[in-house]
Design a protein. Structure first.
Length: 111
């Protein structure tokens, strides 16, 4: 009985997943293009050694992927100073309101 319930739940969940709008929005051409891209870059799970991808198992065969360029320390510091000046720092109080929302007279007005 328990196995039957698990199987039914699994089938129902799979049906909901496949029938979701995320899958419905992709065309056949988009899926094929994604597959070709994954094959070219090696982003295909192998099921080997902890389900590693091909590009992790045989790195020389695939071009290395560029890491996204992050912000510099100076950029992050400038953003922090601006957020402190304008009161755009969440406080964790009253539904995570910002400092400006809790004390609007202390900070410059927003446009």
């Amino acid at each position: 009985m328990n196995k039957k319930l698990r199987t039914s739940t699994l089938v129902l969940a799979a049906g909901l997943l496949v029938g979701s709008s995320a899958f419905a929005q992709l065309t056949r051409e988009q899926v094929i293009a994604d597959l070709i891209q994954a094959q070219r870059t090696g982003n295909i799970a192998t099921g080997i050694d902890g389900n590693k991808k091909l590009n992790e198992l045989v790195p020389p065969r695939y071009a290395s992927q560029q890491a996204a360029q992050g912000k510099t320390r100076a950029q992050v510091r400038a953003e922090l100073i601006e957020a402190q000046r304008t009161g755009d720092i969440p406080t964790g109080l009253d539904g995570n309101k910002t400092m400006r929302e809790l004390d609007p007279g202390r900070y410059p007005r927003q446009n």
